[in-house]
Design a protein around this ligand. Structure first.
Ligand SMILES: [Zn+2]
Length: 256
């Protein structure tokens, strides 16, 4: 940029007191007008990186002047009173909500804080009271821990299951018993007596345990339940041949 001579260079001009006296209390001539985008950018550019007052500006790593100053209970009450209702109705953006959620996960509340929350909630009606929350309960809830599918999945993902499957492949020389396909990645181990039947019998035998509360116990029992792991009940099939032999309910379970 070429050197510009400021318009007031050399002139001795103080604040125009006369003018400011006249203008006092009157609306500024700029009221309601806007700078052009061009001008705004220019203003931004001139202010960039400038520091006006070390006293007031925010500096990274510096400790706020107010830090350590404890507000009187009276002051706190006043602030709280003045803020009352102000945040209500302000809708947070999705991103903002996510950030808050992230910040709050895993935080540990002190006993005092918990007590305060519980006191604050006393006598208030829960937001969910009386509402039908079918989308949040039972198997739709994200923390659902019961039902036959999780048990089924846990068994199918266990080490025992992998060992059983490999033993079946080995017995059949890694070849589909129906079409003699022997591409390794295309093979699956099929239960001659369907897995779903064995699971049903297993659950009948251990019906004192609940699918909801005793899932961990049931998984441990399943690991020791021999019919699941009978190599003679296994048959190596390719994916296509396997699909043809699966029961409809097993197909459903496998899709989940
Ligand atoms: Zn096949």
């Amino acid at each position: 940029m070429s050197k510009r001579i400021p318009w007031n260079k050399g002139l001795k001009i103080g604040p125009n007191l006369e003018h400011s006296k006249i203008m006092k209390g009157k609306p500024s001539g700029f009221l309601g007008k806007h700078h052009r985008e061009n001008t705004i950018n220019k203003i931004k550019e001139t202010h960039k990186g400038k520091h006006y007052s070390l006293k007031t500006e925010f500096r990274k790593g510096c400790i706020s002047l107010r830090k350590g100053i404890k507000l009187l209970d009276e002051t706190k009450r006043k602030i709280s009173f003045s803020m009352k209702g102000k945040l209500k109705g302000i809708k947070l953006s999705e991103e903002h909500r996510k950030k808050i959620g992230l910040a709050l996960t895993g935080r540990k509340l002190s006993n005092e804080h918990r007590k305060n929350i519980s006191l604050g909630k006393k006598g208030k009606v829960a937001w969910s009271k009386g509402k039908k929350l079918s989308h949040l309960t039972g198997k739709n809830a994200s923390n659902w821990k019961g039902g036959i599918t999780p048990l089924y999945t846990s068994i199918r993902e266990s080490l025992e299951y992998k060992l059983w499957r490999n033993a079946v492949y080995q017995k059949d020389n890694y070849t589909c018993c129906e079409c003699e396909d022997n591409k390794g990645s295309n093979l699956e181990a099929h239960h001659i007596k369907p897995f779903a039947f064995i699971l049903k019998e297993f659950l009948q035998e251990y019906n004192q345990f609940s699918l909801f509360d005793d899932k961990e116990i049931l998984i441990r029992l399943a690991i020791t339940y021999k019919p699941f792991w009978d190599i003679a009940n296994g048959k190596t099939l390719c994916k296509d041949c396997h699909k043809k032999q699966l029961l409809p309910q097993e197909r459903n379970l496998q899709c989940q």
